[in-house]
Design a protein around this ligand. Structure first.
Ligand SMILES: [Fe+2]
Ligand SMILES: [Fe+2]
Length: 267
């Protein structure tokens, strides 16, 4: 996991994972250094990741006041329970559904939960954070957050892209890895992550995007894209998601063909 101090008040904990045949997906968690520090998501759930140790090089977990869980997918919850132990003063910002989904595996103690719906805000001392439902999402529990003081917008899975190389997925700023195919890669991810988008009328989808665009974000911090100030590009690229080609994953025959390629050649 790489650590990038993006701004005085934002650190990115940047990881990535390979999706065979598609490319390299950034997987970001964030620390918002507000008066009441906020950790946003807790990384991949792979056994070799140690989110709390990585986080500890950025902030003492004891000082963490909030853990904003954008949604309870396993690429966002990796260090959640360890962090709850290490950060006794922190409460988890989620929704009723987020709490419910987690309860099917490991219920959160109720006194550690703070339920915040899209449209509601929370004061974290020096700023207010507003929850919103991103234009694309893969969990009914998803909330992004908009920092009303700085315009920084954390969009969860929305605006993600599967990038061409691990080097591209690892850059600190998207501007450092110009992607000629960024639009195609954004649309591919939108279709993979939110296949329902193809059922949305393009006008309605455009209206959902404009609602967020009107907030005038200064940065887009997606869970699945290097941070960027090229806000207009991301919004314009995503406009075509309803009309983009639906993603169809490899089937069993394709999997067997792939495995056959890996079979050892007899000496
Ligand atoms: Fe997700
Ligand atoms: Fe995700």
């Amino acid at each position: 996991m790489d650590i990038h101090r993006l701004r005085n008040d934002v650190t990115v904990l940047a990881d990535q994972t390979e999706i065979p045949g598609l490319g390299h997906l950034p997987v970001n968690a964030f620390v918002l250094h507000a008066d009441q520090p906020v950790v946003i998501d807790t990384g991949l759930s792979l056994p070799d990741r140690d989110f709390v140790t990585t986080l500890s090089s950025v902030i003492d977990p004891v000082d963490v006041k909030w853990i904003w869980l954008t949604h309870p997918d396993r690429d966002h919850t990796g260090g959640l329970y360890e962090l709850l132990d290490a950060a006794p003063n922190a409460r988890v910002i989620t929704t009723f559904l987020g709490m419910g989904i987690l309860a099917s595996q490991n219920p959160l103690p109720l006194e550690r939960v703070y339920l915040l719906n899209p449209g509601q805000s929370i004061d974290v001392g020096d700023r207010s954070l507003t929850a919103f439902r991103p234009p694309v999402f893969d969990s009914p529990a998803t909330t992004g957050l908009f920092d009303t003081r700085t315009g920084v917008c954390l969009s969860s899975d929305c605006f993600g892209a599967v990038l061409e190389t691990p080097e591209h997925a690892a850059v600190a700023d998207l501007a450092d890895a110009p992607e000629s195919e960024l639009k195609a890669r954004q649309l591919l991810w939108a279709g993979v992550d939110s296949p329902w988008v193809h059922n949305v009328h393009p006008d309605r989808f455009a209206a959902m995007l404009s609602e967020l665009r009107r907030l005038d974000p200064s940065w887009i911090l997606s869970s699945h894209l290097p941070p960027t100030r090229s806000v207009d590009t991301l919004f314009t690229n995503l406009l075509d998601a309803p009309q983009s080609d639906p993603f169809v994953g490899p089937d069993q025959a394709a999997l067997e063909a792939m495995l056959a390629e890996f079979e050892p050649v007899p000496a």
